[in-house]
Design a protein around this ligand. Structure first.
Ligand code: HEM
Ligand SMILES: [Cu+2]
Length: 482
């Protein structure tokens, strides 16, 4: 019933993905610099290290959100007519935020990490000034407002076209009042769910940012530190998860072109997405497992839901992909399709060490070790970013989908091998209790750091080849197929 009818906003999305590709490469280079510094291979002043860490964290999370939003906007534009100006306003606010954040870090010296944890932005120990902290937080507010506008447009159109919120989430399919042929497609269900939870997350983030901003300039206006931490991590957790849940829309929409089989929503699929919608928000207390002042019930809830949330997550990712691919006898592989499948695999694998860390007994030992960047680099470097690369390369495919060249496979293998080695070394270091976010490492920790640095160079190499492939594709101006 709801076959794609509209024209997606191709130019703006291609431009966004170009920006994202370039920023990704730059931020990856900052990552290599940090890892090489921890390895003692180069020397980086610790003050600069924390600026790089802040830029890398904020920049990468921002790029993940940006690419996810571009994927969502592009494909939802196939099903409902979106007001195109909204995307440009979103992009303008995003770039304004980037300028403020970069200025705060590299001009103002802000180095309090992307999580802007209260009262850190205000209490810099003299390293950065009030305005640097203010500009950093204002930059986030600008980006947040952009996201809210984008979700407002997507949300109201989906609610209008699919018979309300429940309709767009596939609840009529769940209750048996709709058959799979007339149910909303997977992209719509995914977009509706992420629109709801990321709107809530962003509003909570904006509220805590506003309070911290007032506190920064009017210190007599006090902020409850525990409440601020809860709100900040609720926002951070939901936002980074949303970036992946948006990017997976590319998998649902693109793979059918490679298999020739439509990807239809099933009852299980709709149930799993509704569960994801609730669990994503409910599991955030796993970020506060070490806060002894937190109510015990909240932490227990966080742990139990962490176990449970793996189930719908895997149902919407690995399980639905495998059961879909099994129907196909003639799947065609090129760089784009290989990346999209790898992205789902990486995301699923990365959820395992995440769930392990969500156990209170494990968290006691692993908290703030490199286990944490270990798990999230898996589902970001091997998940969200890989899906985004797949989307980019699909955007510049020719009229006939071109078979992968040997250079494509060099890029793919270098990226994959590098990312596996690089993230494993984080997990190994974490298991050995190496702390995260330390500019200077003890000599005993450096062997893993060195190995990780070498692997991370492979990641950058593979990623560079893919971005070049995208830019060349943009320049070729082949007649694109819709
Ligand atoms: C070549 C690729 C990459 C390298 C070499 C790299 C390296 C690093 C390093 C060394 C750290 C600090 C680890 C520590 O705490 O000791 C870090 C943190 C982080 N990275 Fe990456 N990274 C890469 C890619 C990515 C990607 C693709 C993303 C997200 C899309 C990402 C997101 C983050 C975040 C959110 C942090 C945490 C910052 C903080 O602790 O405040 N990284 N990365
Ligand atoms: Cu989390």
């Amino acid at each position: 019933m709801h076959a794609p009818t509209q024209e997606p906003q191709v130019g703006a999305v291609k431009f966004t993905m170009l920006l994202a590709g370039v920023v990704l490469l730059l931020m990856m280079v900052l990552g290599v610099v940090m890892r090489a510094a921890q390895a003692g291979m180069i020397s980086v002043n610790p003050v600069l290290f924390y600026q790089l860490l802040t830029a890398h964290g904020a920049g990468m999370v921002g790029v993940a959100g940006l690419t996810g939003a571009a994927v969502l906007w592009y494909f939802i534009g196939r099903y409902v007519p979106l007001v195109r100006a909204v995307f440009w306003i979103f992009l303008a606010l995003f770039l304004l935020g980037v300028v403020l954040i970069l200025g705060a870090i590299f001009i103002g010296g802000y180095g309090g990490a992307w999580t802007f944890l209260f009262p850190l932005p205000a209490k810099s120990g003299g390293v950065w000034g009030v305005h640097a902290a203010g500009a950093f937080m204002l930059g986030y507010v600008a980006i947040g407002v952009g996201f809210l506008l984008l979700y407002l447009e997507v949300g109201r159109k989906l609610i209008g076209a699919y018979g309300g919120l429940g309709g767009a989430l596939g609840w009529r399919l769940i209750s048996g009042r709709q058959d799979p042929d007339s149910a909303p497609p997977p992209a719509v269900i995914a977009a509706m769910a992420t629109t709801v939870f990321n709107t809530i997350g962003t509003v909570v983030g904006a509220a805590v940012l506003a309070s911290c901003l007032v506190n920064l300039y009017v210190p007599s206006f006090t902020v409850d530190a525990l409440l601020a931490k809860n709100m900040t991590y609720f926002f951070g957790h939901v936002f980074i998860n949303a970036s992946i849940y948006m990017a997976v829309i590319a998998v649902y929409e693109i793979l059918p072109e490679y298999t020739g089989i439509p990807w239809k929503s099933t009852r299980l699929f709709a149930v799993a997405w509704t569960a994801v919608l609730l669990f994503v928000m409910a599991v955030y207390p796993h970020h506060a497992l070490q806060d002894t002042v937190m109510p015990a019930w909240a932490l227990v809830l966080g742990q139990v839901l962490s176990y449970l949330s793996g189930i719908p997550l895997l149902a919407v990712t690995a399980f639905s992909l495998v059961s879909y691919l099994r129907k196909s006898t003639s799947m065609r592989w090129d760089l784009a399709s290989a990346l999209l499948v790898l992205g789902v695999a990486g995301w699923s694998v990365g959820s395992v060490p995440a769930i392990i860390d969500g156990m209170i007994s494990v968290n006691k030992v692993m908290h703030n070790t490199q286990w944490v960047p270990g798990h999230f680099h898996i589902y970001l470097v091997l998940g969200e970013v890989v899906m985004s690369f797949g989307f980019m390369l699909w955007l510049v495919r020719g009229r006939v989908m071109s078979a992968a060249t040997s250079l494509d496979w060099v890029a793919f293998s270098s990226y994959l091998a590098g990312a596996v080695g690089f993230t494993l070394m984080f997990l190994v270091s974490g298991a050995l209790s190496v702390p995260r976010r330390w500019a200077v490492h003890a000599p005993e920790w450096m062997p893993q750091d060195r190995i990780a640095t070498l692997f991370s160079v492979l990641v950058v190499g593979g990623a560079t080849l893919m971005v070049i492939r995208y830019i060349r594709g943009l320049a070729q101006r082949e007649p694109a197929v819709k």
